[in-house]
Design a protein around this ligand. Structure first.
Ligand code: CU
Ligand code: ZN
Length: 197
């Protein structure tokens, strides 16, 4: 019997990985794991994903939907938020705990910071949960897409965003004041929930 071409074997392996969705099996591929992962992404269109529904805290109006999609080492974030201050700039962070029950967002604790970094902008040392601010248009709506590094989705590891809180603040993040960025009250709160691991 003749051996099937290598390319066919790779394609079959990728299909098996995609169908199994089994991380133990994926880990077995060791060094080729990343390559196989991105092949799976190309074939299936998606890596792990998560979503958060932002709801206004007491006395506030901001709400929205934020989706997270992991592509290899990056997590792409797509935020759509309305009910903001027209032309306002609003600090936007992943906070430690996925608990919005207190009604003021305070139950989410501080910024998600699994690696013990200071608060800061994306281009310098920063908390894993620090993100670019939301900038509202004339109607108080903001839509933004950006990517985060150093975080994962749904793998249960220390940098996993799933199960964490998501907060929109009343004011801008100065990216300097420790450890909060001095962005003011928490006007919307959500919990990041894995939708695909
Ligand atoms: Cu915050
Ligand atoms: Zn921070």
């Amino acid at each position: 019997m003749t051996k099937p071409p290598v390319r066919t074997l790779l394609a079959l392996s990728a299909v098996a990985l995609a169908l199994s969705g089994c991380s133990a099996m994926k880990d077995g591929f060791g060094a080729v794991k990343e390559g196989m992962g991105s092949m799976r992404d190309r074939m299936m269109g998606d890596g792990p994903s998560a979503t958060a529904k932002l709801e206004a805290t007491k006395g506030n109006t901001a709400s929205g939907t934020v989706t997270f999609q992991q592509h290899g080492q990056h997590v792409m974030v797509h935020a759509r938020v309305s009910g903001l201050k027209p032309f306002g700039e609003h600090g936007f962070h992943v906070h430690d705990k996925g608990d919005c029950s207190s009604g003021d967002g305070m139950g989410t604790g501080g910024h998600f910071n699994p690696t013990g970094q200071p608060h800061g902008p994306q281009h310098a040392e920063h908390h894993a949960g620090d993100m670019p601010a939301l900038k509202a248009d004339v109607e108080g709506k903001a839509e933004v897409r950006f990517h985060l590094t150093g975080v994962t989705l749904g793998d249960g590891g220390p940098a996993d965003l799933a199960g964490r809180g998501l907060i929109v603040h009343a004011g801008p993040d100065d990216y300097q004041t420790q450890p909060t960025g001095n962005a003011g009250a928490r006007i919307a709160c959500g919990v990041i929930e894995a939708t695909r691991r």
